[in-house]
Design a protein around this ligand. Structure first.
Ligand code: B12
Length: 348
């Protein structure tokens, strides 16, 4: 009863306001850029990876909420605590409503939202509130900052919402679906693409392949779940994938690359003990076909290590692999002549 009474009082007296804007989102290995704002934050980079658009938003319950809480704090501590709780719930509900409104924007049509992320989460510094408020012109809804970078009025929230065209990838990242569903959706998408290809072939519209890629798990390693996901996605994006399987000798990779005139190779390694064979494979490929580029992935790797062993692209998930392949084939015309030396590197 008391709860309801206080809640009604807040509903009658508060005037929630929100302000938001859509920006192009650029994410490199260290920095996220949204409009005129650049943020160096590992956790934000991880969160927004794969997003091409992002929304900055600020919501507030307004000054009356603070005033009522202050009044209760002086008169009755129990009521003050209930009021705090009601406001926390109200601002979350209001944020959800704002988010619904944002998802209908014409600029974001066909894109899927990643859950909102606020300054103070991970290493996304609260000092960034200053830039967010400035960019949004948030003084128009009465928002300002204290010296300690806290929002005033206090029942206010700023956040970033990333948008990308990869629904399944987003849901996996958000913990809504897990590995089995990821694999099932990859298979479902593959079947759908097969149907589309058949349909187009019947109508005489065979889609041209976007480039040939050799893909494999390196010598000594039999883990191929990740590699297979990468394969399905690359094929779905119309790349021609030559799958060499798992536990593949460096010389066998070299032979295929020369024989099929392949200029992009994807290597997977899941164990520290097999990462060394990744290095060996890269060394051999650079020796026999210097123009060949190598993208690598697998849970044990990181960018620092893969730079050291001479990889050209590092992908921590399958979609990043697709993006690397896109970048590569955009940059390079792949009409290289077939060299005649592949017979020198027979598979063992
Ligand atoms: C499933 C699994 C197995 C399965 C493999 C089945 C299969 N067909 O792949 C089985 C049971 C056979 C197995 C065996 C072994 N395993 Co195992 N295995 C795992 C496990 C649980 C999951 C790996 C996985 O599939 N992840 C899911 C996929 C989707 O993720 P991913 O491979 O990283 O791929 C993603 C990205 O990395 C990226 N990616 C990956 N490759 C590439 C390539 C390119 C080009 C690109 C662009 C992107 C990309 O995209 C993918 C999709 O987003 C891991 C533990 C873990 N949680 O990682 C241990 C793990 C990898 N296994 C391990 C070990 C030690 C072994 C064994 C040696 C155990 C044993 N004593 O027998 C053997 C290996 C035998 C051998 N010679 O290879 C260790 C490795 C430790 C280390 N740091 O070296 C791990 C880390 C477990 C542990 N914590 O100890 N394993």
């Amino acid at each position: 009863m008391l709860y309801k009474e206080i809640e009604d009082l807040f509903r009658e007296n508060i005037t929630p306001k929100s302000i938001y804007a859509v920006y192009d989102c650029h994410v490199n290995s260290e920095v996220v850029t949204l409009g005129a704002m650049s943020v160096k934050s590992e956790s934000l980079v991880r969160h927004l990876k794969g997003c091409n658009r992002a929304v900055l938003l600020a919501d507030t319950l307004g000054t009356n909420a603070d005033m009522l809480i202050r009044r209760y704090s002086v008169q009755d501590m129990e009521k003050a605590l209930i009021a705090q709780n009601i406001c926390a719930r109200m601002i979350e509900t209001y944020l959800d409503e704002t988010e619904k409104e944002i998802s209908t924007l014409e600029d974001l049509k066909g894109l899927f939202a990643i859950h909102r992320y606020s300054p103070g989460y991970g290493d996304f510094s609260i000092t960034c509130q200053k830039d967010i408020l400035k960019l949004l012109g948030a003084s128009r809804i009465g928002l300002s900052l204290t010296d300690g970078f806290m929002l005033a009025p206090s029942k206010s929230v700023t956040a970033v919402i990333g948008f990308s065209d990869d629904k399944v990838g987003n849901d996996y990242k958000n913990g809504i679906i897990f590995l089995p569903q990821l694999l099932m959706s990859a298979e479902a998408a593959k079947s759908a693409f097969e149907e589309i290809k058949l349909f187009m072939a019947k109508r005489g519209k065979v889609q041209e392949k976007r480039g040939k890629i050799a893909l494999l798990t390196v010598k000594g390693d039999i883990h191929d779940i990740g590699k297979n996901i990468v394969k399905v996605l690359l094929e779905n994006y119309n790349f021609d994938v030559v799958d060499l399987g798992r536990n593949v000798e460096p010389s066998a990779v070299a032979q295929t690359v020369l024989k099929e005139n392949i200029n992009l190779v994807g290597l997977s390694a899941l164990m520290t003990t097999t990462a060394v064979y990744m290095e060996e494979t890269i060394r051999l490929l650079k020796e026999i076909k210097p123009e060949c580029r190598i993208m690598v992935g697998g849970a044990v790797l990181n960018k620092e290590y893969t730079d050291k062993i001479g990889a050209d692209y590092y992908a921590n998930d399958a979609m990043s692999g697709v993006r690397s392949a896109n970048d590569f084939f955009k940059l390079h015309s792949c009409q290289f002549a077939v060299p005649d030396i592949y017979s020198k590197y027979p598979a063992k």
